[in-house]
Design a protein around this ligand. Structure first.
Ligand code: GLV
Ligand code: MN
Ligand code: MN
Length: 410
């Protein structure tokens, strides 16, 4: 039954976003809530208590995903929404948090209006979406949807040399529910765009067509540490120089391939990191993304062959290992069309666009009808403390989410 006048309460939603942003807040208005840290625990506890307050049936699975179910009138798999609570080290207050809290705002709105849905509704948050402390990203949702073995995820060692299992246990989120025990009938995630397209085109709602492919590689280089003044240029085994050559190659690769290819060196570490010492060791990460699976593979091949060449040329040992690898994902045409239709029915401008960022929704796409709703990011800025979305756009996105979930849940 359509509920044309039903609307979410934007003041309540903004208050909850503000409260969560207070957990791990950092200078400049941003948030540092790295996966499985004390801050993550406090954020999780806050949201779990909100789930319980809203009457949801809360379960925690063995990779620490949390799902809150609002029973429907019929048995069967719930229509699911949600996102993640972890952030990058220099994160904003909306990336992930919006999708979880907007899902709970939909539940609150239905509770207030006394509306029962035919299918159950579920709001979830997934462990370690960002991959900033443990790779791969989208870890919890990938395990949940059967794309990543649970044991492999639990045994993953992170930047602080602890494992996912240890840190989940430490924060009290090593749950007992089998992963994926709450199956989804369908999945829809609301997220900030994190890019410039919607703002540039003055559009309020993005109907997300899919997610581009993602390839993360860590490259470790071993050369020889020596004196910066006495070692002739021809005798050097400079791991730092080799790392910088690889970084420059990645940039030029993306420029030469044009189209949608992007390349980023997000981490670069030199050792011993001293002004007058040739670096004996270096490590860097390369993030390659493309909406085209074949082009992404070609970019990876070209990078790998350059890495081999630079090792020989600079007389350094180079090793690389994949940290994350996802092919491009296409969302369900029926859900994309539903987002467009519901946005239009609410009088909102809408356009289709691909996602440049990875999202939990992509784990669901092969298994059930899946889609995403984007709202504009001011200045296209994200993974930055300045990440911002206007409250009226958040309200619009949450109302589209409400109506899409209602249509799916019947
Ligand atoms: C996750 O936010 C990613 O796209 O790296
Ligand atoms: Mn996100
Ligand atoms: Mn993110």
């Amino acid at each position: 039954m359509p509920q044309p006048s039903l609307r979410i309460d934007i003041d309540r939603l903004m208050a909850r976003i503000d409260a969560l942003a207070g957990v791990g807040s950092i200078e400049g208005g941003g948030v540092c809530r790295l996966a499985l840290t004390e801050e993550d625990k406090t954020g999780r506890d806050l949201v779990v208590s909100l789930m319980r307050h809203l009457g949801l049936d809360v379960s925690i699975d063995r990779i620490g995903n949390v799902v809150g179910v609002r029973p429907g009138m019929e048995d069967g798999a719930p229509v699911m929404t949600g996102s993640h609570l972890d952030t990058v080290r220099t994160g904003g207050r909306y990336d992930g948090a919006l999708g979880v809290l907007a899902g709970l705002e939909v539940v609150a709105t239905l509770n207030d209006a006394g509306i029962d849905t035919r299918r159950s509704l579920a709001v979830a948050f997934f462990t370690n979406e960002e991959g900033a402390r443990f790779a791969p990203d989208m870890m919890g949702s990938m395990v949940h949807q059967g794309h990543l073995p649970l044991e492999q995820a639990l045994e993953t060692t992170g930047l602080d040399q602890t494992t996912v299992r240890e840190d989940l246990a430490k924060i009290g989120y090593l749950g007992h529910a089998p992963c994926g025990s709450v199956r989804a009938h369908s999945f829809v995630e609301l997220h900030v765009e994190q890019g410039p397209v919607l703002e540039r085109d003055d559009i309020t709602i993005g109907a997300v067509e899919g997610v581009q492919g993602i390839s993360w590689t860590e490259i470790s280089i071993i050369g020889e540490s020596n004196h910066a003044g006495t070692t002739p240029m021809s005798a050097r085994k400079d791991a730092g120089y080799a790392a910088v050559c690889i970084a420059r190659f990645a940039r030029r690769l993306a420029e030469q391939m044009e189209g949608n290819q992007v390349a980023t060196v997000g981490r670069l570490q030199l050792s011993p990191d001293v002004i007058n010492v040739i670096p004996g060791r270096a490590s860097l990460t390369i993030d390659l993304r493309n909406t085209d699976a074949g082009l992404l593979r070609r970019a990876e091949q070209r990078l790998h062959s350059y890495v081999r060449r630079i090792g020989k040329r600079e007389d350094v040992y180079v090793a690389h290992r994949s940290l994350a690898r996802y092919d491009p994902v296409v969302f369900a045409p029926s859900v994309i069309a539903m987002v467009e239709r519901q946005a239009t029915a609410l009088g909102l401008s809408v356009r289709r666009l691909p996602s440049g960022a990875g999202h939990d929704a992509q784990a669901f796409a092969p298994n059930c009808p899946t889609g995403m709703i984007f709202v504009p990011s001011v200045g296209g800025v994200s993974h930055n403390v300045k990440e911002h979305t206007a409250p009226r756009d958040i309200e619009a996105g949450a109302n589209v989410l409400l109506n899409v979930l209602l249509e799916l849940a019947g």
